[in-house]
Design a protein around this ligand. Structure first.
Ligand code: XMP
Length: 531
């Protein structure tokens, strides 16, 4: 399968390349550049300079990384990169590489700095620092230190430990800082980055999600022509925005398929069926497959087995729907040749350099489809970060409830019932989940928490007392977490009043539930979901 959606980088958009020297800084830098409304892309440090330059970048940023320039096998950079006339900004490791490559001195003297550090700016009117205070707080993370800048560079800042914490060469448009301006703890970091982009590199803040929509619409039209496309909708943000974008481009040449597996939360299917269609006018095929999924899940309690069954059934149902759409479309004479997917930029970057990790849970992305489908892919979001996808969704007029949705696992409530999944238990969990969601929203906490799984411990019972009578019911677990990327997470300290309200309402309003407990485990050691 080939992806033919043109990259923004292939078009006339001014692009900044972020050269990735490892760790996780590059993605953050790329996002910060885009927040400055300049388009950015990440490339690996192993890419030859000639290839980087062939992308016609308007500026290049060298990221930080975990290495020391003195380590054997540490990544290096070809001097040609600094001689191409393209403005360059080095950060942390990138700064040190720049220093050593251009003839400056970096000492391995044990002059370490980690964390928040005061920076003394000596050139407050410089390209990088104009308008920022002479004393500012920056985020440091380094073992080596630059003691002499390369010839032709002005030293513009230092710390008590590092004599050269920033240098600038306006004639060659080369700049560098020892610290991490992309990190929020660097109080003027974004301003310094913007100074590099606007003043150093002469770029204008013109890249917006509005442009993204226009470009993608034109590109998709050119790609699809008069043929047809299909898109699997999961109810999540990514597939919804991808579908809406393609719908904007090719109208009813697109058909969306939504498989209702009966494991959705309250109101979710209706949201797709009504709100999404109302906002986009998309042609939607809803497949009611609840019975099929529930009978396949009958008697199953093992989490991995549940995931496998849900994944397998999903693919079967989707293929059947697809065959029907192809048969219907066949009558019109235009083949169904394209499949829309909501792949995001982090997936693209990560699959380029991913190393094997232990299989903790076999994540099944409902909406993730078999490899052997004979389609060309349309992936209109493959250059965007999640928050940008949300902005594109807003631009396209999608309802807030869809655009701002928190992550929800593909297998749905199937992995939030500890024990066998039955219709009865699903209904009960749906009620409890709806109460928790409503109260969190009412308390204005939606943006503060990453997600809040609500889990039914169906195999556990405890004794309670309600209305003078003994009860023997199930516990509901609230699992509110804060996170950046779901790889690690902390439990959210929800206000007691909110917890109290949720607990009272759930025990009063949901049958067979007589206890509400809060999960106070971080990840690791716990995962976010219980199964
Ligand atoms: P865990 O439980 O592994 O979850 O800490 C991390 C994030 O992934 C979501 N999750 C899934 N998403 N299919 C999905 O599409 C899955 O099978 C799945 N399992 C977990 C989870 O909600 C959290 O955001």
């Amino acid at each position: 399968m080939a992806s033919a959606t043109p990259d923004p980088a292939d078009t006339a958009v001014d692009t900044v390349l972020v050269v990735d020297f490892g760790a996780q800084y590059a993605q953050l830098i790329a996002r910060r550049v885009r927040e400055a409304r300049v388009y950015s892309e990440i490339v690996p440090h192993s890419m030859p300079v000639s290839e980087m330059l062939a992308k016609n970048p308007k500026a290049i940023i060298l990221s930080g990384g975990p290495s020391s320039v003195y380590e054997e096998g540490a990544p290096t950079v070809d001097r040609a990169l600094f001689e191409a006339g393209v403005p360059v900004f080095g950060m942390c490791y990138g700064f040190q590489l720049m220093a050593t490559t251009l003839g400056g001195v970096v000492d391995n003297s044990g002059a370490r700095e980690y964390g928040r550090t005061p920076l003394a700016v000596s050139q407050t009117g410089s390209t990088l620092f104009e308008g920022t205070p002479a004393e500012q707080s920056v985020w440091m993370s380094h073992g080596d230190a630059c003691s002499a800048a390369p010839e032709g560079f002005t030293v513009s800042a230092s710390t008590s430990v590092v004599p050269v914490a920033a240098f600038e060469n306006d004639a060659k448009r080369l700049y560098g800082v020892q610290y991490h301006p992309e990190v929020m703890h660097s109080t003027h970091g974004q301003q310094v980055l913007e100074h590099f982009l606007y003043r150093g590199a002469g770029l204008a803040p013109t890249w917006t999600t509005h442009n993204v929509v226009e470009e993608q619409v034109a590109a998709i039209r050119a790609q699809v022509g008069t043929k047809r496309a299909i898109c699997g909708l999961s109810g999540g943000v990514d597939s919804a925005v991808a579908a809406a974008l393609v719908q904007r481009a090719i109208g009813d040449q697109l058909t969306c398929v939504y498989v209702d597996h009966g494991l959705m939360r309250k109101g979710e299917t209706e949201q797709v069926e009504k709100d999404f269609v109302a906002a986009t006018g998309v042609k939607l095929k809803v497949v009611d497959a609840e019975e099929r999924f529930l009978s396949a899940l009958a008697g199953v309690t093992d989490p991995e087995e549940k995931r496998k069954i849900i994944g397998r059934e999903f693919i079967r149902v989707f293929e059947q729907a697809q065959a029907e759409i192809i048969a219907e479309a066949g009558a019109s004479g235009e083949p169904v040749e394209f499949l829309v997917q909501g792949t995001l930029y982090p997936d693209v970057v990560e699959s380029g350099g991913g190393s094997g990790t232990a299989n903790i849970k076999s994540h099944h992305n409902v909406g993730g489809l078999p490899e052997d489908l004979e389609f060309q892919l349309i992936e209109p979001l493959r250059k965007l970060f999640k928050d940008e996808v949300r902005m594109v969704g807003q631009e396209l007029g999608l309802p807030e409830e869809i655009v701002q949705r928190q992550p929800f696992p593909g297998p749905g409530l199937g992995i939030r019932i500890v024990g066998e999944v039955t219709k009865d238990r699903l209904d009960l969990l749906r009620d409890a989940d709806a109460i928790a969601r409503a109260e969190l929203t009412a308390a204005g906490l939606d943006r503060e928490i990453w997600q809040c799984p609500v889990v039914l411990l169906a195999d556990v019972r405890s004794v309670g007392v309600q209305g003078d009578g003994r009860t023997y019911g199930h516990p509901i677990v609230l699992r509110p977490v804060s996170s950046e990327d779901a790889m690690t997470a902390d439990w959210s300290r929800l206000p007691y009043e909110v917890l109290e309200k949720i607990s009272t309402r759930i025990t009063n309003e949901v049958r067979d539930v007589n206890r509400v407990v809060v999960d106070v485990t971080s990840k690791p050691p716990g995962t976010i979901e219980w199964e």
